[in-house]
Design a protein around this ligand. Sequence first.
Ligand SMILES: Nc1ncnc2c1ncn2[C@@H]1O[C@H](COP(=O)(O)OP(=O)(O)OP(=O)(O)O)[C@@H](O)[C@H]1O
Ligand SMILES: [Mg+2]
Ligand SMILES: [Zn+2]
Length: 504
Amino acid sequence: MICSVQTLGITGIQGKAVTAECYISNGLPGFDIVGLPDAAVKEARERVRAAAKSSGLAFPVSRITVNLAPANLKKAGTHYDLPILISILCACGSVRRPKNTTAFLGEVGLDGSVRPVSGVLPMALAAKNEGIQCLMVPAENAPEATLARGPKVIPVHTVQELAAGLNGETVLPEAPVWEPSPEAAQMLDFKDVLGQENVKRALEVAAAGSHNVLLIGPPGSGKSMLSKRLPSILPDMTWEESLEVSQIYSVMGLLTSKKPLVMTRPFRSPHHTVSNAGLAGGGSNPRPGEISMAHKGVLFLDELPEFKKDTLDIMRQPLEDGKVTISRVSGTVTYPAECMLVCAMNPCKCGWYGDPSGRCRCSDSAVDSYRSRISGPMLDRIDIVVEVPAVHFEDLRSRAEAEPSAAVKKRVNSARDLQNKRFGSGGMCNARMGPDEMRRYCELSGECAELMKNAFETMGLTARSYDRILKVARTVADLEGSETIEPQHIAEAIQYRAVNLGNR
Ligand SMILES: Nc1ncnc2c1ncn2[C@@H]1O[C@H](COP(=O)(O)OP(=O)(O)OP(=O)(O)O)[C@@H](O)[C@H]1O
Ligand SMILES: [Mg+2]
Ligand SMILES: [Zn+2]
């Protein structure tokens, strides 16, 4: 007797259709799972057998073979428990065969309960593409599965309940489609930061176009303080962007039934002891790294020179491409990684180089060696470099409240709206323009071209930094609501690269 049941698998953050086929034959009792299962899938044998017994369902005492097809796709995770169990119960006649447009996901407990699993959102999206009409998932994952706006989602609590439903003894109710409700997240506000108007302006431009930023200044000038307030001015996410980010968080198992959708842009600030795999993603069972967790949001590297040089350098390619590809013997996986990089550092070891007080005692070579920890190619990827000087006494004394984040966010949002109109709502932004888009949207008048020519010659720009200046200028123009790039926009963008870092 052969019986097959639909389920889904996952590679990277891409869902795939998988079929669990069960074959029960005479012979010595045994239970095998084939089709490149990993250790967790193999252990399903023990869970499935106990769950069936605890649920009062007959489990065959025969030779059982379960094949997870396609057999060349690596299967990982515990969500195969439920389809494996259902295929066995169907093959031995304990439950009625489900339609082949019904798919199952879920981990089972020894007591017959159905437990939540990770990666449900990308699998539900894949189910939609595969024409699955009904998705049976652990109750806790049901809100997440409905986000796909595809198959109808049936929440399952126990194996017993599911078996009764399949046999037509009870009706399993459908989960309501989860709707986001506006959330008022408590965020740190820019109004606490006194003075530093230049830096705030630079961060506003960066947030509007998702440009990479480096803040450089003496200790206690507010670099960490300013960066931590960035989330409060980041533009709202479109639905498509939210879904994309949520898929990564789903694979990491970070979504909950109360909050199945990531609605605010991520802000990740890994410590400088982070490993290469922790930052860029990897491991023998590949997982997304911080750079992917910051997809569509901010990756904040505080105390940049403290990071290991090779750890920083592995980010070079992902920063450019907006994705990380991890190759393993078992195949390659790709994770999206379109983040905005924000870095903070002191100008030298003691922290006071260039301060008007003249209290830096570092030798030139010491300053050079401190800065050389960050490679030239890495710096070339930074669009906006801002100096964060020590706060003036007058600013501190007055304690005047600065502009609140809400006002800044409004401007950032309207600049991003312009970009969404220009590029579509997929979340493309100025920083991610390719040569085609640049040709179309960054046309320069004679005067602007002249400015750029001067900058190119005097600042010794690379081709990449030339492009990056144009992209920043595009964002500055968007913030002003200007259709064309004007000389003052170019001038502002050039000024953001004019900070002398010695080694570029
Ligand atoms: N512009 C400012 N307005 C109000 N308070 C400030 C400002 N700048 C700094 N502070 C105060 O100083 C503290 C230290 O600032 P912060 O940690 O951001 O410094 P930093 O530039 O990151 O220094 P380091 O280089 O040592 O990391 C803040 O928590 C805040 O209390
Ligand atoms: Mg700091
Ligand atoms: Zn110094």
